[in-house]
Structure formats: structure tokens, C-alpha cells
Design a protein around this ligand. Structure first.
Ligand code: CAA
Length: 257
């Protein structure tokens, strides 16, 4: 399928989605977001794709929702098209999502980054929620995901001042997994994708689901959910193969079932 604002490539075990609106620092307009959700849902169905990388370019992961598109929208129009509801579908993607971030990850760009499961950042990344500077506030999960990730006072600082943080700060605050020089951030994300793609697919899927469950349940509910998923994996061929291979001191051959 051809997309106007996305470039998609597939490599062994993973797919790479690159936002392609460089003239506007990959501002996330409705078209791009519609394409992104469609592409993610398609790739989520493809068995040979085990992991998905989202990236922009060196200058910008994404500088936020498209302000020019939004500027004259009425509250009722927003409510009617429930623009950000589309983002909920990203949360439902089963395969691990890796954000490879360089340059600006602002507003919706930061929110999209936080919707991903893992984040590799370049040293040049500037991450923030600057909506307060244009008279609004985060609207695609920023107040919720940022607060869960970095805690109340840091989230307040970012949301109320709009000041971006550096890649190193994001690393210290637990917003990104790793920071590397700009020449390597995409390569590093690809290595991570390859590593995850080499694991048993059903285990990866249920493990992701279980970690995400921690965000919207009690500890008791979460432990119960985790235990059921753990038991469930014992009905997979890959559990038999993984444990047999360990005992036989050889590499497992996954079937994905
Ligand atoms: N929407 C639309 N266009 C954008 C944009 C955005 N979010 N961010 C940048 N652009 C456009 C600029 O208008 C400019 O286009 P023109 O050449 O046609 O003027 C082009 O991208 C390059 O931008 P700048 O000239 O501003 O580049 P810079 O290097 O001087 O500054 C920047 C970079 C600091 C990121 C600055 O562009 C900026 O502040 N952008 C807006 C960031 C922002 O406020 N994001 C939040 C959006 S609201 C949101 O995301 C809501 C939500 O929760 C979902």
C-alpha cells in the first residue's frame, strides 16, 4: 500500500515506518496519523513482522500535532471527529513498537514516542510538551503517560513550562532506554528490533500485553493477568521447544505458535 506521509520498509524480522513530512518537522496531521494507524494495524497482522520501529529524520521525530491544521478548528469539530481517539488504536498494537528519536519530539511527537514500548534516542533529541506555549495543553496522552513515566513534579515542570528536556535528561528520568550519537540511533533501534524479533513471538506478544496491563490495573489484578498469560504460554509449541533446547544446550527454533 502506498502512503503519502509514510515510508515503510521491511527487513528480516521487523518493519520500519518513517514519517515523511520533513518540511514541517514531521508535524502530525490527520492524514499522517490515519496512515500511521492503518499501517500499524496491517503490519501487526503480518507474521514475519515481529517488531515495528517508528522514526522521523535526524532533525525531527515529530514536532507535534499540525498546528496549522488545528488552528481554526472548533471544539465541536474536534469532538465530532474525535481526532485523538485514533491514537487509542496504537495502544492496541500487539507487536513491540520502538521509537527511534532524533531532534524534536514535541507535543504529539513526545506523546507518540511515549506510546511506543521502547525508545532509542540520539544525543540531539529534544523532548517536550510545549502545548502551553500555544494556549493549550497535551491532548494525546501527555499528561497521563508522562506523569506515569517521570512522576508528578517533573511532568508538571514539562507540561506547565513547555520547556523541552535533553536526551540525557530523558534517560535519567526514565523516558528513553538508551542515548547514542546521532549517527547510530537508527542502527541501535534496528539492533534492538532484531534482538526482539529473534525471541518466541507469542511470548513477546503476551509479555508486552502483561507489562502494559500494569498501567491500568491494581497489583492484584495485574499479577493474576500475568500468571494467566504465563500459564497460557505452556500451551505453545515454542514453550516446549525453548525449554527442550535449553536442556539440550542448543539454540531454539521458534515456530510462533
Ligand atoms: N505544526 C505545523 N507546522 C509545524 C509544526 C507543527 N507542530 N512544527 C513546525 N512546523 C513547521 C513550521 O511552521 C515551519 O514551516 P514553514 O517553513 O512553512 O514556516 C517548519 O515546520 C520549520 O519549523 P521552524 O521554522 O519553526 O523550525 P525551527 O528550527 O526554527 O523551530 C521548533 C523548531 C522549535 C520545533 C518549532 O517549529 C516549534 O516550536 N514547533 C511547534 C512545536 C509545538 O508546539 N508542538 C505542539 C503542537 S500541539 C500538540 O501536539 C497537541 C497534542 O497534544 C497532540
Amino acid at each position: 500500500m502506498a502512503y503519502e506521509h509514510l515510508l515503510i520498509t521491511k527487513e528480516s524480522g521487523y518493519a520500519l515506518i518513517q514519517f515523511n513530512r520533513p518540511d514541517v518537522l514531521n508535524a502530525l496531521n490527520i492524514k499522517l496519523m490515519t496512515e500511521l494507524v492503518d499501517a500499524l494495524e496491517e503490519l501487526d497482522k503480518e507474521t514475519e513482522v515481529r517488531c515495528i520501529i517508528l522514526t522521523g529524520n535526524e532533525k525531527a521525530f515529530a514536532a507535534g500535532a499540525d498546528i496549522k491544521e488545528m488552528a481554526n478548528t472548533s471544539a465541536m469539530e474536534m469532538l465530532q471527529r474525535d481526532q485523538f481517539a485514533r491514537w487509542d488504536r496504537i495502544r492496541k498494537i500487539k507487536k513491540p513498537l520502538i521509537a527511534a528519536v532524533s531532534g524534536f519530539a514535541l507535543g504529539g511527537g513526545c506523546e507518540l514516542m511515549m506510546t511506543c514500548d521502547l525508545v532509542i534516542a540520539s544525543e540531539t533529541a529534544k523532548i517536550g510538551q510545549p502545548e502551553i506555549n500555544i494556549g493549550v495543553m497535551p491532548g494525546a496522552g501527555g499528561t497521563q503517560r508522562l506523569t506515569r513515566a517521570v512522576g508528578k513534579v517533573k511532568a508538571m515542570e514539562m507540561v506547565l513550562t513547555g520547556r523541552p528536556i535533553s536526551a540525557q535528561e530523558a534517560l535519567q528520568w526514565g523516558l528513553v532506554n538508551k542515548v547514542v550519537p546521532v549517527e547510530y540511533y537508527l542502527q541501535e533501534a534496528k539492533e534492538l528490533a532484531k534482538e526482539i524479533a529473534s525471541k518466541a513471538p507469542m511470548a513477546v506478544k503476551l509479555a508486552k500485553e502483561s507489562v502494559l496491563k500494569a498501567f491500568d490495573t491494581t497489583i492484584e489484578g495485574g499479577l493474576e493477568f500475568e500468571r494467566k498469560n504465563f500459564y497460557l504460554l505452556f500451551s505453545s509449541e515454542d514453550q516446549k521447544e525453548g525449554m527442550k533446547a535449553f536442556i539440550e544446550k542448543r539454540k531454539p527454533e521458534w515456530k510462533g505458535k
